[in-house]
Design a protein around this ligand. Structure first.
Ligand SMILES: Cc1cc2nc3c(=O)[nH]c(=O)nc-3n(C[C@H](O)[C@H](O)[C@H](O)COP(=O)(O)OP(=O)(O)OC[C@H]3O[C@@H](n4cnc5c(N)ncnc54)[C@H](O)[C@@H]3O)c2cc1C
Length: 427
């Protein structure tokens, strides 16, 4: 089954179809049951199946239904907090290990895409983090120094070069990260599913896991229509978690993020706007992002939910912002709009949890999930096959802890973004 374009916008309209899958019916058995068919679950499934482990993926809705099918498609390296903050939070050993693992993340993604021939509009052309003002430029200078001290191929670009690459003189400069790039995210996650299938994994959609219980030395997972026994469970439900691991949800504050896509632009506009096909985002507190798709559409996004008055407010703001960035565009119209929820942890660092015996999962990617989900899925597979031990992972095991005032903060972010964009559309 395909996903509704109203929830997944442009990506559903242009992705290759999902592989055929059915709900889990009756009783099944696998070595590993993976809950959630996003980047994390399917990367784990692919790597486990390639190692000869029998795997069944159980997905409540459809492949890529969660963040994996709705995001901007920026394949970033590292986290969005400053590199030096990571060892300050996690300690030197885990901090530097996580930075290294996630710094190499885009290469893992683009290698998988090449190796498995995944058709997902992959552009390994770098990303530009653009300075919206002098303060933003200072932040980018520090970011550049901290990455360069770790040997990363990042470099600060001046105002002119940024303007040439973006096609707008709105920015004070930018940080080019040559490790990064863009993909069509729903096409990538479907491609991971096809590769996992071909390697021998089973994938069941429309199969929400509603409960789990110990059975023998392993587990039984029950869905609405069937059940499966497994030695291991990988919890890959992240910000879209439903039962039976509510702690994954309560640990995350949801930040809504939307995207609008224009129709394909004319040749003369495409010669000026992102001719090098980098993906960009800016240093503003309520940030915005921009990229092109393969057909020359602009995909423009920011914080906010497209529901209630949000759809009109954010739409008006997005049109005005694009016209300001690119005054040479005659008219700005949108042919697709969609949004999703980003799962934010209290310190912007992802988590590794061991929920019970042989029940493990990574979550909390803070809007950076393409490369991390792929890499963490591979770590989970290697942990289960015994190729790695828990001590080799880039994150320590921690208990999930709920964040205070979560519902209030979620409402505040949604309303705050709407107010800011309402005001911004009128300036
Ligand atoms: C709008 C938006 C923009 C973003 N932009 C970027 C970006 O540009 N770059 C980037 O790197 N990251 C970005 N992200 C973050 C990234 O998309 C996520 O971090 C990533 O997709 C998480 O992948 P995942 O596999 O861990 O979880 P998900 O893709 O969310 O998958 C979890 C799956 O679990 C399923 N599930 C939940 N509960 C159950 C259950 N009980 N039983 C069975 N299945 C269940 C859900 O249906 C869902 O399909 C963005 C996110 C959003 C929402």
């Amino acid at each position: 089954m395909q996903i509704n374009p109203l929830s997944h916008g442009l990506w559903e309209r242009t992705a290759p179809p999902a592989p055929r899958t059915d709900p889990l019916m009756g009783e099944h058995r696998a070595d590993v049951a993976i809950v959630g068919a996003g980047f994390t679950g399917l990367s784990a499934a692919l790597h486990l199946a390639q190692s000869g482990v029998s795997v069944a993926v159980l997905e409540a809705a459809e492949i890529g239904f969660g963040g994996s099918g709705r995001n901007v498609g920026l394949v970033n390296a590292g986290l969005w907090i400053m590199p030096n903050e990571v060892p300050a939070i996690l300690g030197e050993k885990y901090g530097e290990r996580l930075l290294k693992a996630l710094g190499e993340g885009p290469a893992v993604v683009f290698d998988l895409i090449r190796t498995h021939g995944i058709d997902c509009e992959a552009e390994h052309a770098g990303t530009l983090h653009c300075a919206a003002d002098r303060k933003g430029l200072l932040e980018l200078q520090q970011r550049a120094e901290q990455w360069q001290a770790r040997g990363a191929p990042v470099r600060l670009l001046g105002r002119e070069e940024t303007a040439d690459r973006v096609g707008s003189d709105a920015y004070f400069g930018s940080l080019l990260d040559e490790r990064a790039g863009t993909i069509q995210p729903l096409a990538y996650v479907r491609g991971l599913a096809v590769s996992a299938f071909q390697a021998g994994a089973e994938i069941f959609t429309g199969s929400p896991v509603v409960s789990t219980e110990r059975e023998g030395g392993g587990w039984r997972l029950r869905t609405t229509d069937g059940s499966i026994t497994a030695d291991w469970i990988i919890v890959a439900t992240n910000a879209y978690t439903s039962a039976p691991w509510p702690q994954v949800r309560t640990e995350l504050v949801h930040l809504p993020y939307f995207n609008f896509a224009t129709p394909p632009l004319c040749e003369s506009a495409l010669e000026r706007i992102l001719p090098g096909r980098e993906g960009i985002w800016d240093t503003k507190e309520i940030l915005s992002s921009l990229r092109r798709d393969r057909q020359g559409r602009l995909v423009f996004g920011s914080v906010g939910a497209l529901r209630g008055t949000g759809a009109a407010v954010h739409g008006a703001w997005a049109k005005r912002s694009l016209r300001k960035l690119f005054p040479f565009l005659d008219e700005v119209t949108f042919e697709s709009a969609w949004y999703g929820k980003i799962g934010m942890t209290s310190d912007a660092v992802p988590r590794f949890h061991c929920f019970d015996r042989n029940v493990i999962g990574f979550s909390g990617y803070n809007g950076r999930g393409i490369a991390p989900g792929t890499v963490f899925g591979r770590y989970l597979a290697r942990l289960i096959t015994g190729e790695l031990g828990e001590q080799d992972l880039p994150l320590p095991v921690t208990d999930a802890r709920g964040q205070g005032f979560r519902t209030l903060r979620e409402a505040y972010y949604e309303a705050g973004a709407q107010i800011a964009h309402f005001v911004g559309a009128r300036l």
